[in-house]
Ligand binder design. Structure first.
Ligand SMILES: Nc1ncnc2c1ncn2[C@@H]1O[C@H](COP(=O)(O)OP(=O)(O)OP(=O)(O)O)[C@@H](O)[C@H]1O
Ligand SMILES: Nc1ncnc2c1ncn2[C@@H]1O[C@H](COP(=O)(O)OP(=O)(O)OP(=O)(O)O)[C@@H](O)[C@H]1O
Ligand SMILES: [Mg+2]
Ligand SMILES: [Mg+2]
Lengths: 265, 265
């Protein structure tokens, strides 16, 4: 089972959009995909058209009350399941401050789950707090959505530092699978510079023992496309909303590449 | 002195870009502007070309050690000052958990400052935690940058709920000045729908006693413009980088409108 944390503490770079659409693209290739919404904003839950804040169990109950993961899981569509978020999750950080093993609560819930999946994809909030740490402890690989902007690139070193600490102290399996460029506007000078910086940075890490030594800059790039911003308002993935637009093609290409990675390893 | 918190817990909507460029636009109209970087990512600090993480006092020292605000203030350019962030700020939330009056530390530091300004503009991180609460407690008005996307609109009710709580319990002066549309792509169906929703929502609040009863949707809209994403890599505002591009025109227009509001009240 591949457990993927989709993370970047820089806000608004395409984390939620990637978990939703990459998840559905993998499901279309007959993979059973569980998605988990670890963001108190509950945007992944909204993106799938589920209502956050109901009395149904959510990821809040899994973390704070020990509710079994299966009891908090909703079936969304063929081969896609969701553990929804809840606004209460905003308080979880304070509630878990003194809980024993607070960083590995999600990991243990996934291990104990009865239903088995090919992929578990975790949507993290734009921070490096307890919720994101739970995502990193539960995952065996990380996908980093990145906007090819100067400010977008600045947070990478802090993010990789946090991933290294989690790998050393909590989860030795953790590796960075790759960086996916989102909202990409080819042809801008800025995009070219950022891509060159990033490629050079990843190549220098090859052969070292850092968690991103085998990370790749995915060839599949997610182009800026307003349909990707429209489909959440209908509670649909891009494949159910506009299956032939650039957004759908890009995420389908990313799914093929993500699947290919596994065949190599 | 107008104390403005620029806030939206949704990530990547243009908070930092607005504090930097609106700040410089107000300074160009002979207003003395203090900007404060409350985000551990230190993007406002980077945007002004200052180096975060040096031994120089930062907003971390002001909040956690009681360093006077004037001692942590840097002069950036004519009429613009900055209290920089520091990566250590990421730990401030945990360090301040049991501090007495932890929400009003910034407010008191501004009140005690010797140097006086016309505007204090506070860049908040993408969350509603202790740092953002300090921003709301220190401000007398709020500007909400918003991306006209479905997911961008979802967080508004939670944001307004938090502002109401701060107004009731900590800071009775707090009012929402307005919402500024950022990264705007006119002509998309989505933008039209979001704008209509928002306008209707603000009009319904007129005459009530909620903190956004007098809030406006600023006429000045910040159009999507790659130059706004390029200028931070040079440590420059849009006015120093490309003074005649759409980004500069839009923020200049916003400054005129923000100044005009004061004359009415
Ligand atoms: N390729 C794209 N083209 C155009 N719009 C996009 C694209 N990807 C995402 N968006 C839109 O941009 C906004 C930010 O994306 P998203 O919410 O997925 O980012 P995020 O990293 O999850 O944000 P947060 O940090 O708040 O969790 C959303 O409104 C989304 O609909
Ligand atoms: N009008 C615009 N057109 C194009 N790019 C923009 C515009 N405004 C901001 N940007 C870019 O979009 C990205 C997000 O903007 P910014 O960092 O200001 O948002 P933020 O709300 O401060 O993000 P965070 O939630 O991470 O603090 C940055 O890379 C910025 O350079
Ligand atoms: Mg998200
Ligand atoms: Mg910012």
């Amino acid at each position: 089972m591949r457990r993927v944390a989709v993370i970047n503490q820089k806000g608004g770079v395409g984390k939620t959009t990637t978990v939703c659409n990459l998840g559905v693209a993998l499901a279309a290739r007959r993979k059973k995909v569980l998605t988990i919404d670890l963001d108190p904003q509950a945007h992944l839950t909204l993106h799938f058209g589920a209502e956050p804040g109901t009395d149904r169990p959510s990821v809040y109950d899994v973390l704070v009350r020990g509710t079994p993961l299966d009891d908090a899981t909703l079936k969304i569509r063929k081969n896609v399941w969701l553990v929804p978020s809840h606004t209460r999750l905003a308080g979880a950080e304070a509630e878990l401050v003194s809980a024993v093993g607070r960083d590995v609560l999600l990991r243990d819930a996934i291990v104990d789950a009865r239903r088995k999946y090919d992929f578990v994809m975790i949507d993290c909030p734009p921070s490096l707090g307890v919720l994101t740490l739970n995502g990193l402890a539960a995952a065996n690989e990380v996908i980093i959505p990145l906007q090819a902007h100067f400010l977008g690139l600045q947070g990478m070193s802090k993010l990789l530092e946090t991933i290294t600490l989690v790998q050393r102290r909590i989860n030795s399996d953790l590796q960075v699978g790759g960086v996916v460029l989102c909202m990409f506007e080819a042809g801008t000078k800025l995009a070219g510079e950022v891509v060159d910086d990033l490629r050079r940075f990843l190549e220098e890490a090859r052969g070292t023992n850092v968690p991103w030594a085998q990370a790749r800059l995915f060839d599949a790039v997610i182009r800026r496309n307003i349909k990707l911003a429209e489909c959440p308002s209908y509670g649909l993935s891009i494949f159910d909303y506009e299956p032939h637009c650039n957004g759908a093609l890009d995420y389908a290409r990313l799914a093929v590449e993500v699947l290919g990675v596994a065949d190599e390893s």
